[in-house]
Design a protein around this ligand. Sequence first.
Ligand code: SFD
Ligand code: AMP
Length: 621
Amino acid sequence: MRSRTINCDILIIGGGMSGCGAAWEARRWLPSSKIIIVDKANIDRSGAVAMGLSAINTYLGLKNGENTVEEYVKYVKNDLMGVVREDLVYDIGRHVDGTVHMFEEWGLPIWHDKNQPERYVREGRWQVMINGESYKSIVAEAARSAADEVYNRVAITHILRDGDGKGCGAVGFNVRDGTFYVFIAKAVVVAAGGASQIYRPRSTGEGMGRTWYPPWASGSAYGLLIDAGAVMTMMEARFTVPRYKDGYGPVGAWQLLLKARQTNAENKDCFGLHKDEIKRDFNGMGGYADAIPTPTNLRVYAVLSEMKLGHGPIYMHTEEVLTEKNEEVGWEDFLDMTISQALVWAAQNIDPTKMPSEILPSEPYVMGSHATENGAWASGPEDISKDHNPRGENDRGKLYFWGYNRMSTIDGVFLCGDACGATAHKFSSGSFTEGRIAGKSAARYIQDTGGSKGSVDKSTIEDLHDLIYSPINRYEKFRDTVTGGDVYSSLLFWKQGIVRLQKIMDEYAAGWGSFYETNEGLLNTGYRLILYLADDFEKYSAAKSYHELLRIWELYHRILTAESVMQHMMFRKESRWPGYYLRSDYPKLDDQNWKVYVNSRYNKHEKRWEVWKVPVLEIVG
Ligand code: SFD
Ligand code: AMP
C-alpha cells in the first residue's frame, strides 16, 4: 500500500464551515506556519452547506444595536431548557457579526433592507436572508487561500496522541486510490461535523438515505474524539427538527419571514392546544415554556402530541402567505438549500400558492450547531471562563477553563462547529466563528508551548495501518464464503451494519418509529444490541473497495457515537427536551436534580464508559 507522511503545524480535520474558519484565522496568527486541511470530500462543496443555504441563522447586528450578546445567550439558553455553556455561547455571540461581514466581502449576496440599507433583511430576530447557493464555495475559496495544503478525498479514521498524551496528528486514507496518510502536527483541530443516519431515516426504498443533515455527516467528529479518549458532553440531547415532509425543506423562513401558520388537520395551532400541559411539566425553574420564542423542542412536542392524538397531518399554510408576486421567495428558499423539497412540490404537483404542505418531525440527528448541543467538552475563553470554575475541582481538572479556548480535554486537540458541545445555535456563521476561535487558540498553544513534538511509536502507526485496511483484507480472505449476493457467512458490510444500527437506535433509543420515547428497559436492551454490533464490527467488518472502506470507517464513527448517545440517555433520568425525546419512566423535566451537563469518557482499551454530572454555571444570568 502506498503511504505518505506529512508534517505540519496545525492539522484541521474537516474543511466544512468550522474547519474553513480555523484555517482562515490560524493563518493570521501564525503567518509562517504550515496549516493543512484534510477532508474526505472536496471542500468546495463539502459538509452541511454543500447544497447552499438561504439564510444565515446567527447574526446579532451589534453595530446597529439590533441585539446584545447577553440577549443572544439568554435566547440560546432558553431554547436548550437552561443547559448551555454560557461562556462558549457568549464568545460566539461577540464575534459572529465580524464573520458575516467577511462573508459579504468575499462575495456572498446578503439581502439588504431597502429602507435602511445599512441593515440586512431579517428572516427572524437572529437570522438574515442570503442568496446562498454558492455559500460553501465562497467560504472554501478563502480557506484555500489561507491553508498551505488541502487534502481532498482523504478520510481521517483515528487521531494520534504522542507519548505525553497530547494530540499530535491523525491517520486516514485516500478514498479514491487507497493511499495511507499519516499527518504529524503540533496541534489538531477537529471540525468533522455532525451525524445523520444513526437513527433510521423516515425515507425508505428509492429515497433511502435522504435526510435533513447530509447523509455524509458521519459523526466522525464524535467517533474520532471518543476513540481518542476526549470528554464528551450532552450527547443525550439528540435533535429532532420540524421539516417539510419527504424533502426535508426548512421551516424558518416560512414561519418567521413569511409568517405562515402551522396547524393540525383541523386548522388549529398545535402549541396553543398543548400550552397548559407543557407549562405544567416543562416550565422548570427557568420558565422555559413562557419565554419567546418557544423553545424548538417544545414546538416539536406540541406537533408530536397532536400527531399522537390522530390529529395529523400537520400543515404549513403556504397558500395563505405565497402569492404570485412573492412565490419566488418560497421556491428560492428550497432551491438554495434543500433542492429536494422543490422536487417534491414538482413531482407531487403541489402548487404552494394554492394548497398547504405537510410538516413532519424528522428522525433524530446527533449534532451540535443547530437547536441542540452534542459534542466534546471544551475549555472556554480566558476572560470569561477563568473565574467561573466551580469550586472543588475534581480529578478531571478545571471544569470550565484549562488554558486554551476550545481545547478539548486532550492537550493540543481543539474543537469547533458540531464537534464542540454545549454550545447550541451556532449554525453556519457561528460554526465558522468557532473555527476562527479554535484556530487562533491552536496558534497560541503552539506559540506558547511549541505544541506536540510528534513522537509517535512506529508500531502504533503500523497497527493503525493494519487496522484501517483490515476490512479489505478480510474480504479478500473470506470472499469464497459467499452464500449469495452480499451475504457471506463471516463478513459484515457497511450497509448491513448501518441498517442494523438504525433499527436498534430507532426501536430502543427513541427514534421516530417509537414516537421518540424510551425507558430504562428499552435502553438497556438496545445498548446490549449495540455492543453486539460493535463486536461484530471488530471481527467481521469487510469492504470490497476503497469507497466501501470509507463507508465502513464512517460506520465505526457512527457506532461509537450511538454508544455514547445511549450512555448519556441512560444516565439522564428526566425528560428535558420532550420534543427531542421522552423518557417515559421519567416523563417530566426535573430542574432540581438534572439542570446539569452530562459528561462522559470512553476507555477503548477497557471498553468502559464513565458518565458524570457537571454543574451548570449561570454567567449572564
Ligand atoms: O435551515 C471529514 N445549517 C444552517 N445554518 C445556517 O446558518 N442557516 C441555515 O439556513 C441552515 N440550515 C441548514 C443547515 C444545514 C443543513 C444540512 C441544511 C440546512 C439542509 C447548519 C450549518 O450548515 C451547520 O451548522 C454547519 O455547517 C456546521 O459546521 P461544521 O464545520 O461543524 O460541519 P460541516 O460544515 O458539515 O463540515 C464537516 C466537514 O468534515 C468533513 N468530514 N473529513 C475527513 N475525515 C473524516 N472522517 C470526515 N468526516 C467529515 C466533511 O466532509 C465536511 O467537509 S437550516 O436547517 O437551519
Ligand atoms: P429552520 O429553517 O427551521 O432550520 O430555522 C431557521 C431558524 O429559525 C433557526 O434559527 C430556528 O431556530 C428558527 N425558527 C424556526 N422556526 C421558528 C419558530 N416557529 N419560532 C422561532 N424560531 C424559529
